[in-house]
Design a protein around this ligand. Structure first.
Ligand code: URA
Length: 209
């Protein structure tokens, strides 16, 4: 699949298995979500540019590398994206956070906006949109539409589980936005849930029903 990176690492596969298991407790699910997001963040930031700086270690002067280029924003789609954003901030604590509130109309499965708050200079930043489940793709497309309307040109999308349909929908609407995911599942059910998936990621993260 063009533009899609499946993060194929034993730790990611193991943690995702535990998250898929319906016996996994809320506490464990939340911790695994955070840990897996950190690993996905490592991959999505792998090709960030760096430049050379001169420093002095306690032993000798040397040259070393620092990250350069645009500053980062993590943009969780509320509310399930919050659990992933925590894990990403563990790795890049200086990043800013944009919150995107979208809910899925249960009848049409279309995304409806209810909250949108971003850093003022978001157009100058690299924005990594996070949502654990890329199901129909409608919410992700709507989130990227909002960010592009704010002038953002450098975007990436990270999820935990994608559906084939979700990937196709997102890639068709935003071919310039690469996707990172831990897995791509084949199907969606009549309620727009990914099969086998892991259930409702928001409910499982926050212990609601
Ligand atoms: N949202 C979820 O939380 N899970 C799905 O399977 C689909 C959308």
């Amino acid at each position: 699949m063009q533009g899609v990176t499946i993060v194929d690492h034993p730790l990611v596969r193991h943690k995702l298995t535990r998250m898929r298991d319906k016996q996994t407790s809320t506490k464990t699910f939340r911790a695994l979500m955070r840990e897996t997001a950190t690993l996905l963040c490592y991959e999505v930031t792998r090709a960030l540019p760096t430049h050379t700086v001169e420093i002095e270690t306690p032993v000798a002067p040397t040259t070393a590398e620092e990250i350069s280029g645009k500053k980062l924003v993590f943009a969780p789609i509320l509310r399930a994206g919050l659990g992933m954003a925590e894990g990403m901030l563990d790795l890049v604590p200086s990043a800013r956070v944009a919150h995107i509130g979208l809910f899925r109309d249960p009848a049409s499965l279309e995304a409806v906006e209810y909250y949108y708050k971003t850093p003022e200079d978001i157009a100058d930043r690299l924005v990594i949109v996070v949502d654990p489940m890329l199901a129909t793709g409608h919410t992700a497309v709507a989130a990227l539409n909002l960010l592009k309307r704010s002038g953002v040109t450098d975007l990436r999308f990270v999820c935990l589980v994608a559906s084939v349909q979700g990937v196709e929908t997102l890639r068709a609407a935003h071919p310039d936005v690469p996707i990172w995911t831990a897995a791509v599942d084949a199907e969606l059910n009549d309620h727009g849930y990914i099969v086998p998936g892991l259930g409702d990621a928001g409910d499982r993260t926050f212990g609601t029903r």
